[in-house]
Design a protein around this ligand. Structure first.
Ligand code: ZN
Length: 655
């Protein structure tokens, strides 16, 4: 998901919690004859009838689950995500109290925003009807009214390696689009729309309730989906379409197949225009399908260029995209809550009819959501508990790829009036929430939505940018590549990621991870004082007049560790004889004095002279200039950045 970060920026500035906007057709493999890429824990067969007028559907789901847990299982949990849009749900309560991307704090929840996923019958093939054995559970809180997780008690346990098949009939009511699912006029984005079994992870069931800020977690497998809907609808979906039948009643039935994915989403809209192209990468040719709103056609080539560029960079830097297709959905005007979302081989974009070339939102969204194909869709970490492994690593790759494709510091806004890049925006959203929550906190336990966004997305990006300073850009990229190759389709953990970086770097970086990822330490070093005094000040016979090159000076710089984050410091000092020196400090003590005795005076002092410590919360206090007020000039630069952000925000509001 993409955070609408300009708004996050404002919230970070003013401490507003919540009222923020923030931020998924799968294919069979390039050849479905290839060996499976994943342990196929699940096999879903779903037949759904979509009732376009009422934005509802009725479906039958046949789910075969294989017990790879290594132990007998007699209680199995299922997500019913659409029940989040019920009045007393945990999602609604959290959204009301803290807000989220689509819901301002305290917002009245209109009737059209209600949605539901109701199980009509639940049968275990060979066992019988267990509808009466279902009960709602709420593993995360005490909300007995939350119906987003349901558990079934089986009459006998499923043995290790044994398969069990469920036959579930259910009815969905879609909300007007919210949280990346629902309708807008005739447009539908169907996400999180079917009963989905939880994941056995870390030796326990992992099936969290739907929270206002969290995303998803599911097991890999296959999907065979038949969608019946009015024949005039254009449809895009996870996987590839393998069949189409025209029905006598004016409907059609489309057949989709997806392999080695953990979710299935689809979209339907009678007015979209379909633009098709292809890109060739190391794994072969991948078909690209854009489903465009007619009024947004000007953005189609921009989406296409950004997507192709992004796919080639991921292929070069991280690894191959193994699926044969990627589908991009362009949501309609007023349907922004469907924009900027990832599902396997299926992403949603975001634009507007007036989107000028200098505003790179369409490009950045497509880059961001395609990036999720790697971290969310293939590596598939637990987005409830370790969201930074997806959103944060993805934010870092967004930064690197937007820099590579569109230029550094101009990747978000590049107009005559102003420019803005990924790094600046990430810093702006991080600064205001720097000490509130560790990156490793579970998604729904952050103090508020600003902190969730500022830490999970932006701080992670800044942590990895700063890591480049420690181990080098090449090693960070190599670590990402090794992590992807080793853990795709395996649900790795935060420790897996950090240990992989340690291994590739050839050094133990736990001192860094413990502060930056597991801790809330704030990194801020400053120049406390600096200047030069005559060395002969106490000598009564010293010449009154100073003489350049002859008079000796004692110069001092005191560097102060203002924050609780301990980090090695580089200090660069310049003297009026043209000499430049660099000094190193381990940064451990609270402060450190540097002294030089020279026939020259100090003219400037700066810590982090290469501007590589992206985590430094306050860069205004990093430098001192003898002949100008360095702090003031730093501040002016800061205000200018602030103004440019306001401009981007203003343009965002026009949407
Ligand atoms: Zn995202």
């Amino acid at each position: 998901m993409r955070l609408v970060r300009e708004c996050l920026f404002c919230a970070a500035l003013f401490g507003l919690a919540g009222a923020l906007p923030v931020c998924g057709q799968m294919s069979p493999l390039l050849s479905s004859q290839k060996a499976p890429l994943s342990d196929r824990v699940v096999a879903y067969q779903i037949e759904a009838n979509y009732h376009a007028k009422s934005h509802s559907l009725d479906a039958t789901e046949t789910l075969t689950w294989t017990n790879y847990t290594g132990q007998p299982q007699d209680r199995l949990p299922f997500h019913l995500y659409l029940n989040a849009f019920q009045p007393k749900s945990t999602f609604m309560r959290e959204a009301f109290e803290e807000g989220n991307r689509d819901v301002p704090i305290g917002a009245e929840w209109k009737d059209k925003k209600f949605g539901s996923d109701v199980i009509k019958s639940f049968e275990v093939v060979g066992v019988g009807d267990l509808t009466g054995k279902l009960r709602f559970i709420h593993p995360d809180d005490d909300n007995a009214d939350d119906q987003t997780v349901v558990e079934v008690q089986l009459p006998r346990a499923v043995a290790p390696k044994e398969k069990i098949t469920f036959k579930i009939t259910f009815h969905d009511e879609f909300p007007e689009v919210v949280a990346r699912t629902g309708y807008k006029r005739d447009f539908l984005l169907a996400g999180q729309w079917f009963p989905k079994i939880g994941v056995w992870w870390k030796n326990a069931w992992n099936c969290h309730q739907f929270h206002a800020s969290t995303e998803f977690f599911a097991d890999f497998g296959t999907f065979d989906v038949k969608l019946t809907l009015p024949s005039n609808f254009n449809v895009g979906a996870t996987g590839v379409q393998t069949g189409e039948t025209a029905n006598a009643d004016g409907t059609k039935t489309l057949v989709f197949r997806a392999e080695d994915v953990h979710d299935f989403a689809w979209t339907a809209d009678p007015t979209t225009k379909i633009v098709e192209d292809a890109v060739t990468i190391s794994s072969g040719t991948v078909k690209i399908r854009l489903l465009m709103q007619p009024g947004h056609m000007a953005s189609a080539p921009r989406y296409m260029e950004a997507l192709k560029g992004t796919m080639m960079k991921f292929d070069e830097w991280i690894g191959p995209y193994p699926y044969s297709q990627i589908t991009v959905v362009d949501p309609p005007h007023g349907g922004g809550a469907a924009g900027g979302m990832e599902y396997p081989t299926f992403i949603t974009a975001d634009t507007a009819w007036w989107m000028i070339n200098g505003l790179k939102e369409p490009e950045a969204v497509v880059e961001h959501e395609f990036g999720h194909q790697y971290w969310y869709a293939m590596v598939a970490t637990n987005e409830f508990e370790e969201a930074w492994l997806d959103e944060g690593i993805n934010q870092y790759t967004e930064c690197k790829i937007m820099d590579a494709l569109y230029g550094r510091d101009v990747g978000n806004v590049n107009t005559r009036v102003t420019t803005a890049g990924e790094r600046g925006v990430d810093r702006a959203t991080y600064i205001g929430v720097a000490d509130l929550d560790p990156m490793t906190r579970r998604g729904w336990q952050f103090v508020n939505f600003s902190s969730y966004g500022g830490i999970t997305y932006s701080k992670t990006a800044l942590v990895l940018l700063t890591l480049e300073h420690i181990i080098g850009e090449r090693k960070v990229r190599e670590a990402q590549h090794v992590y992807f190759e080793r853990y795709r389709f395996k649900h790795p953990t935060a420790d897996d990621f950090m240990n992989t970086v340690n291994e590739v770097a050839g050094q133990n970086l736990d001192w860094y991870w413990n502060q930056a990822a597991r801790g809330t330490q704030v990194l801020d070093y400053r120049i406390l004082s600096a200047g030069s005094d005559r060395a002969d000040w106490a000598d009564k016979n010293a010449p009154k007049k100073e003489k350049k090159g002859e008079t000796e000076y004692i110069s001092n710089v005191i560097v102060h560790r203002k924050g609780d984050f301990i980090f090695p410091v580089t200090l660069e000092v310049k003297f009026d004889n043209g000499e430049t020196l660099r000094e190193q400090w381990d940064g451990q003590d609270r402060w450190r004095r540097f002294t030089w005795r020279k026939k020259a005076q100090l003219i400037s002092a700066e810590i982090d002279p290469e501007h590589a410590i992206w985590l430094d919360r306050d860069r205004f206090n990093n430098s001192w200039l003898r002949d100008a007020d360095g702090h003031a000039s730093g501040k002016i630069a800061g205000y200018w950045m602030l103004l440019t952000q306001w401009f981007a925000q203003l343009l965002g509001w026009l949407a």
